[in-house]
Design a protein around this ligand. Sequence first.
Ligand SMILES: C[S@@+](CC[C@H](N)C(=O)[O-])C[C@H]1O[C@@H](n2cnc3c(N)ncnc32)[C@H](O)[C@@H]1O
Length: 219
Amino acid sequence: MDLIVTQDGSHSIFAEQYGVTYHSKYGAVTESAHVFIDAGLRMKAVVQSDLTILEVGFGTGLNAFMTWLEAERRNLKIDYYGIEAYPIEPEAARQLNFADLLEVPQRQSDLLRLHTCAWGRKVQMSDHFSLHKKQARLETFLTTKRFDLIYFDAFAPQAQPELWTEGIFRRLFNYLNPDGALVTYCAQGHFKRTLKHVGFEVERLAGPPGKREMTRAWK
Ligand SMILES: C[S@@+](CC[C@H](N)C(=O)[O-])C[C@H]1O[C@@H](n2cnc3c(N)ncnc32)[C@H](O)[C@@H]1O
């Protein structure tokens, strides 16, 4: 695993297979906070304290970790479902500096628990946060569960065009509860037209450092 340091000091991984990093080079923690926590979780938490979240691309567990911390701060109850085709090794997760960067060094063991806990079933991590990790490819992922929020954190369309298709977003649209939302760092025109085509109401928001825009889409 190629660990890199992004501009805010937080780690990310370089995925050789796709020639891209797991997070923005301008800051992994900064991007995650901006796109998924601020534009996704905080916005939904205003109206709802009990939430189900689907993450596409569990990766380093950064989004899950920050969601767990936020659930505790805001007294939320979150069922988090993360799908990942190629899980990282717990030994790799042990090296990630997210707990230090987020000024919760005492939670390093919880970050690691996100990686060492069982796959394929729901694990109650705390009173505020449960995690169900599923090792699966998005292309073949089917579920009867319904979600309030989707963190769409696949590699970019240029790297993985097969994950940004109309068929995939139609399926994700169906997996959302009424008034559910999907957030992602991507703001490409073709992608937004695809979202509209399957029925989403699409919002353009200011992006994290290094990106002019990001997308939030409503069912
Ligand atoms: C941009 S990274 C995700 C970053 C992650 N959310 C984090 O905080 O570390 C994309 C992730 O999607 C995973 N992935 C790649 N192809 C996939 C597929 N077909 N289905 C599901 N996940 C996939 C990669 O292994 C990687 O972990």
